[in-house]
Design a protein around this ligand. Sequence first.
Ligand SMILES: [Zn+2]
Length: 445
Amino acid sequence: MADGRHRAAQPANTYDATTLTTEFEQLMRNKRFNRLQEQSRSRPGSQSPVSSMSSPMPPPPSRAPPPPPSFGASPTHPSPQPSTPSPSLRGLPIMPSPPQDPASLKFYNLLKGLSVTPTKYENPGLLDEALCLIPLDRLYSEAEEESQIMQAQAASIGGKPEWGYQDCVIRALLRWFKRSFFQFVNNPPCSNCHMPTIAQGMTPPTPDETARGASRVELYRCAEASCGAYERFPRYSDVWQLLQSRRGRVGEWANCFSMFCRAVGARVRWVWNSEDHVWTEVYSEHQRRWVHVDACEEAWDQPRLYTEGWRRKLSYCIAFSIDGATDVTRRYVRSFGKHGTPRTRAPEEVVLWSIHEIRRKRRENMSKTDQRRLIKEDEREEKELRGYMASALAAEINGLLPRSMVGGRADEQKHPGGRQEVAREWAGAQQRGPGNSGPDRSGGR
Ligand SMILES: [Zn+2]
C-alpha cells in the first residue's frame, strides 16, 4: 500500500475493457503532459519531471489533500522534485510523514486507539468461552453441505468453487449470529413491563457498568404512564460483557461477531468507518483476499452496500487486525466522485505514516518470514484496491456507471461472484427501501 495511493492504476490487466482504459489514459497523459510542459517553461532550470508520466490518472478530487510543507523534502523520493511542489504534481506517490499539527496528531491517536480493538480477541479464555456458545456441530455440517454444493456446481461447469469450506463456516456463523444469537436494540424495552421506552439522553455509568467496560450509558423511560420505570442501556465495548448481554447496535455487533470469527479460527479484521459504521473483514484462504462481512445486515462480500446500496458517502474505512492496519476505503468506495467525501482529518502522508506505524508496532516481534509474508499480502491487496479504482474510473468516463458496469464486467474477472454480488446488493437495497434498517442504524454505533 506504501506508494500507490495516488499513482492510480497500471494499465489495467485485470480489466477487460482495454480500449476504454487506453483511451482514458491517453487523455489524462496528454492533459498532464501539457501542464508539465507549461510548468517547465515557466521555471527555467527546473528538470521536467518526465518520470511522473508513468502515472496516467490524477487522484480523484476528494482524495487530494494539500501537500504538507515537507512534501518535496524527502531525499529518498523516487522522482525528481521541483523545488516548490505544485498541485499538478499531487499525482506522485506520497511519502509517509509523521503528524506535525494538532489535527493530524489527534487523528493518529484515534487510529492508534482503535487499533487495539482486535488485539483484545487474542485471549484464549475469551475464545474458549465464545466457542462454548457457538453450536459448532450445526455450523460445521451446514458449512460442509454448502461447500459440497458449491463444489458440485463448480465441477459441472469445470471451474473452481466460489468459496471454500472455511468461508462456508463463517457464512454459517454469520447466519446463526444474526438470526439466533445477537439482538439489535434501538430503544431497549422496559424490563419492568416490557413496553416500549423513550430516550432520555445520556447518564453517567455506575461503577459496576464502568468495570464492565461501558463508558457511555443511555437512559430510557417506560412509555407506559402507570409504569414510568427508567431503563439503562450501557454501551459495552468489552467483548466478554457482550457474550452476556448479547445485544446492541452496530458497534456491539461488529465487535462481538469479529471475535467469534477469531474463535472459529479465521483471520479477522475489525473495520472502522469515519461516518460512524463498523464491520468485519475475514480472510478467505480460498480466494486469497479479505472479504467484507457485516453481521448486522447478514451481508457477505458486499462491499458496495454502503455507498451504492445505502447511498452513503464515506471518507475513511480503516481495517485493524493483530497484524496491523490497512486503509481499505477503495474497497468500499469505488467511485470517489460519487460516493466519497473529502478526507480532511489529516494529510494523506500522515494517514499513510499512521498505518505504517501501527503495522510496525504489531509486527515488530514477528519472525522475518511472517513479516515478509505480510508485506507480500499488503502488496497483493494494494494491487486489488488499485484495480477497483481503475475499473470504476474507466467505467465512469465512458458513462456506463452505475448499473451496467459496476461490478459486472469490471469485477467479474477477479471475483467470479461479481455479478451475483451486485444483484444481491441491489436487491437488498431495494427491499430495505428508504428509512429501513440500513441508514437508520447509523446514529448509534
Ligand atoms: Zn414499564
